[in-house]
Design a binder for this molecule. Structure first.
Ligand SMILES: [Cu+2]
Length: 479
């Protein structure tokens, strides 16, 4: 939080203001999947950014979105495939760009280059080469426009991206019903305009743009929920009354072993792929995001109803989940090449957010390291609110939280750091596609835009001058 640190309006008032459809614990619209653009080894897609009127629940608003819809299309691609994405920016006021969150792809040129700036009326053609060895999972794409990320993602410039293959690699998932869930929230002024969120006011959360959907499942039926927190700032802590989640992938990375959880914490930017099995007893069960203590300076995050799980129909046989999923290399067995301390702090009143006491500068390279490194970073939260560390072009392994060792569960690309706490991570920089200049930052986008981001350069020791400066990459007038 950094603006308008005012006490939160009560949830009942929030519901009253929005006049949420369904108006209570159930009776909302039926769950529906987001639209998809499905590619095989090649995905050719055009995303047009423009201001459009949309309606979520009873809230009508005009915001900057992809292809006319508040819920952008989910992109599907196979491992080894190529995404050819043409971004057409018809927003008359703001430049934009696209970041491919979670992908271990090149940060250079027209690949996943966050320094790209596509001015109004201009176009840019991205080419993203998906690794052949990707094991499948849920990623996402969103605007990463410096200083405007919060505004643009909050308006609607974010969507899901699924790399196929999870079901092939985990055969027990064959025949399991899949539900993609895109989580976002929106607020609008009285005239329907959308700017930046103010969490002292109510915000309207939705799943695939549906407010409090009812989600059906049979007793004993196991479903795969692929959940992405693709909003600008908010945390989610999801729970379904009477049900557990069995997490099989985090941030698009298959877990070493399944992890049963009563609630599922999703910091901004995080994804989780979970199995849920319908209760033996038919009925309706509340699907909530639980209250989260984001710290004295954090955004209010009260408990809210997200939807309703409706258990009905003939009984099904639950899927048996094996005790191990897919092996991954435990990075603790490899030598660390360098240790760093990355401190998150802020001047909350001024809305300024720092990493190692510095505000972001695109012209300054903060971390420079050779390809082949395995670094250990201690992430330190020296502020009075949660922060969420995210790094581009790689995943990391958590080894400790607040000084306590963590069991190895697999890799991820996003992690929250407790107020006054620490998280220790091992980050591999061993894949030649990582060579280039990219960023790490807090994924609370208000904080990223407010300075909590740094540049990192990975160079090839055999060619130390071989990192091109892509920081002035521009779009062209659309043809
Ligand atoms: Cu932050």
């Amino acid at each position: 939080m950094g603006r308008n640190a005012v006490a939160f309006v009560s949830l009942s008032l929030a519901i009253g203001l929005f006049g949420c459809n369904g108006g209570g614990s159930s009776g909302g619209e039926t769950f529906d999947s987001p639209s998809e653009i499905v590619g095989g080894k090649e995905l050719n897609v055009e995303l047009t950014v423009s201001e459009q009127r949309n309606k979520i629940g009873d809230l009508e608003f005009v915001s900057s979105v992809y292809n006319g819809d508040y819920v952008a299309p989910v992109l599907r691609i196979k491992p080894g495939g190529v995404i050819n994405l043409k971004l057409r920016n018809l927003n008359p006021q703001q430049p934009s760009n696209v970041h491919y969150h979670g992908l271990e792809v090149s940060p250079q040129g027209n690949s996943d280059n966050v320094f790209v700036q596509v001015e109004p009326e201009n176009c840019f053609e991205y080419r993203i080469q998906i690794p052949e060895n990707d094991r499948g999972g849920m990623m996402w794409y969103h605007s990463h426009m410096m200083g405007l990320s919060e505004t643009q993602v909050f308006n609607g410039l974010s969507g899901g991206l699924i790399i196929d293959g999870l079901q092939d690699n985990l055969p027990f998932l064959k025949g399991v019903k899949e539900r993609v869930m895109i989580l976002k929230d929106i607020q609008a002024e009285a005239d329907g305009t959308v700017t930046v969120p103010d969490y002292s006011k109510p915000t309207l959360r939705s799943i695939n743009g549906i407010v409090r959907p009812s989600i059906s499942i049979r007793p004993g039926e196991t479903q795969l929920w692929r959940i992405g927190n693709v909003g600008a700032n908010l945390f989610y802590n999801l729970a379904v009354e009477g049900h557990d989640f069995v997490e099989i992938a985090r941030d698009g990375e298959v877990r070493v072993a399944p992890l049963r959880q009563a609630s599922l914490m999703l910091p901004p930017g995080a994804r989780s792929e979970v199995l849920i099995t319908g209760a033996a007893t038919a009925g309706t069960y509340a699907f909530k995001t639980l209250a989260i203590d984001t710290g004295p300076d954090g955004d209010p995050t009260p408990e809210e109803l997200m939807g309703t799980l409706v258990v009905s129909g003939s009984a099904a046989t639950p899927v048996t989940v094996p005790s191990t999923l897919m092996p991954s290399a435990d990075l603790r067995e490899q030598p660390v090449t360098k240790r760093r301390r990355i401190v998150f702090s802020e001047n909350n009143d001024a809305g300024l957010f720092y990493i190692n006491n510095q505000l972001y500068s695109p012209s300054r390279d903060d971390v420079v390291l050779p390809l082949g490194s395995l670094e250990e970073w201690q992430l330190v939260n020296n502020s009075q609110e949660l922060h969420t560390f995210h790094i581009h072009q790689t995943d990391f392994q958590i080894t400790a939280r607040n000084g306590q060792p963590e069991e190895f569960r697999g890799y991820q690309d996003t992690v929250d750091i407790d107020v006054g706490g620490t998280v220790t991570v091992l980050i591999p920089f061993k894949n030649p596609v990582q060579v280039g200049r990219f960023v790490f930052h807090c994924h609370i986008l208000e904080h990223e835009d407010g300075g909590m981001m740094q540049n990192i350069v990975v160079y090839d020791p055999a060619n130390p001058k071989g990192v091109p400066d892509d920081r002035m990459t521009q779009g062209k007038v659309c043809s």
